[in-house]
Design a protein around this ligand. Structure first.
Ligand code: UN1
Length: 489
């Protein structure tokens, strides 16, 4: 089977054609990885770090070409695509040094003439299934540290970002990653699941990482659990933004515009619901809808707030929510709801709307906890707005959907910041900034429906891709027994 990846801003433009693997082929890739891993693990960690340094340099020197592939294939505005490439380079920069810091410890023993040690070892073969909204940055969070730690990798990118994945894979090869150490496999969902199952049954995979929907994440978590493995799960979000009565409203509006509609709302960290203090709610809503109406949407190579949906399947699932809100009286849409076309135009539109998967931005006011768009990640250009009276109520509303990835608070009162931070269940909190746009050296990840508490980015990730081995070395020449008072025999 062949998958044809098209440009979502111009559906006649074919960007890549790739062969899709079946479950057996997926497991074969893991077998190949397992064979290559031992030799890769024997390469000194600082030398593996040098490969990461080479990759970083290659990413920098190919930055513009990479960004253009990202924009062409998934429709992310070029400025955002350039930022994504930057994020990959930053990830490399961070992990280069870790190659010289894969420290173990020397630990005192409770007995004389005995020394304890710990070592960090690679886990073995890691398998990553990644989404296409960040077709190179999010994969780099997995692949770069995993390789650095001495693991081999099977990478199943989203097919609709196939050209990005191939371009990125080529750079890993040019950087010096040996044959079999990084294996890219394209496969549709059910074959991927079955392939993972086979690989786990045959003990070919030692750690799974998955970025995608909470529903699929739960299935992967269950599968891994059956094999006594704990995967890294980076799932959806319904990320709240709380705007307090003392907030800088213009700043909050700009933050909401970028958080809610950047990448067309198709980030796991995109803003879901703005929860605004009742005393400033109407003013916030007025300014926010004006900003949304004034924004330019369209050709992602132009200066736009956002481009098309990433891929047809996201358009289909977004339509479900639009169906719900069409009946909802509180929509503060701009020119319309639904697909932007010649027949359903938008004033601020750049390019030909009929050529791609473009959608009107939607602001839904008065969302309540029972509403579909309040409870679920919509993964599209849609932001809900509601009001609150006390900060406790705002925190409760923010936690209600049960996700816990990102959030933000706009306030000038530090007491509110800390009360909010303590109460909210999110893994990431922004103060006076966007819910999206995480930096490459802070722990990234969520709780609840957003993940299983695993964290990516930064040094913390080393604990996911290595395992500790402890060693005790008795040089007393007698049999010393731990936890026993009896004299040595
Ligand atoms: C994602 O959408 O899966 O925080 C990750 C951000 C990005 C990462 C998003 N740096 O917006």
């Amino acid at each position: 089977m062949t998958y044809v990846s098209t440009n979502p801003a111009d559906l006649n433009d074919v960007v890549a054609r790739v062969a899709l693997a079946d479950a057996e082929e997926f497991a074969d890739a893991a077998r190949l990885a397992k064979r290559a891993q031992r030799e890769w693990a024997a390469v000194p960690a600082p030398v593996r770090g040098q490969v990461v340094a080479n990759l970083g340099a290659l990413v920098e020197s190919n930055a513009e070409a990479l960004a253009r592939i990202v924009t062409r294939e998934i429709g992310k505005p070029l400025a955002e695509a350039r930022g994504e490439v930057r994020e990959v380079a930053d990830t490399c920069a961070f992990f280069v040094g870790e190659g010289r810091r894969l420290y173990g410890q020397t630990v005192p023993s409770e007995m004389p003439d005995k020394q304890l040690f710990t070592f960090r070892d690679p886990v073995g073969v890691t398998a990553f299934v990644t989404a296409g909204n960040f077709p190179i940055a999010v994969p780099s969070w997995y692949i770069v540290p995993s390789l650095l730690c001495g693991n081999a990798v099977v990478w199943k990118p989203a097919e609709y970002s196939a050209a990005c994945a191939q371009a990125f894979h080529d750079l890993f090869v040019s950087a010096g990653v040996p044959d079999g150490v990084l294996n890219v496999v394209f496969a549709e969902g059910s074959q991927t699941y079955r392939g993972l199952e086979l690989a786990l049954e045959q003990r070919l995979v030692d750690k799974v990482g998955f970025t995608g929907s909470s529903e699929v994440g739960a299935l992967i978590g269950e599968l891994c659990g059956r094999h006594l493995q704990s995967p890294c799960l980076e799932l959806g979000g319904k990320n709240p933004m709380v705007v307090t009565e003392d907030a800088d409203l213009d700043l909050a509006v700009r933050g909401a515009l970028f958080s809610g509609f950047g990448t067309g709302g198709q980030r796991c960290t995109s803003l879901g619901t703005a929860i605004v203090h009742e005393s400033v709610h109407d003013e916030f809503l007025r300014r926010f809808t004006a900003a949304v109406e004034g924004a330019v949407v369209g050709d992602p190579f132009g200066d736009v707030l956002y481009g098309p949906m990433l891929d047809g399947k996201f358009a289909v699932s977004f339509e479900k929510y639009l169906g719900w809100i069409r009946d909802h009286h509180g929509v503060h849409g701009s020119t319309g709801v639904g697909r932007i076309t010649g027949a359903n135009p938008r004033k601020g539109f750049l390019g030909d709307p009929d050529s791609g998967l473009f959608y009107h931005p939607v602001v839904v006011s008065g969302v309540r906890p029972d509403d579909e768009v309040f409870r679920h990640e919509t993964f599209g250009p849609l932001v809900g707005v509601t009001s609150y009276r006390s900060l406790d109520e705002a925190v409760e509303l923010g936690n209600l959907p049960g996700y816990g990835l990102s959030c933000s608070i706009y306030t000038t009162d530090p007491r509110k910041v800390f009360a909010f931070r303590r109460g909210i269940g999110a893994g990431m909190v922004s103060v006076n900034n966007s819910t999206s746009g995480a930096e490459a050296h802070l722990p990234f990840g969520g709780n609840g429906r957003s993940g299983n508490g695993s964290r990516q980015s930064g040094g913390w990730v080393l604990d996911q891709f290595t395992r500790w081995q402890s060693m005790n070395w008795d040089y007393s020449g007698t049999l010393q027994k731990a936890q026993m008072d009896t004299p040595a025999i």
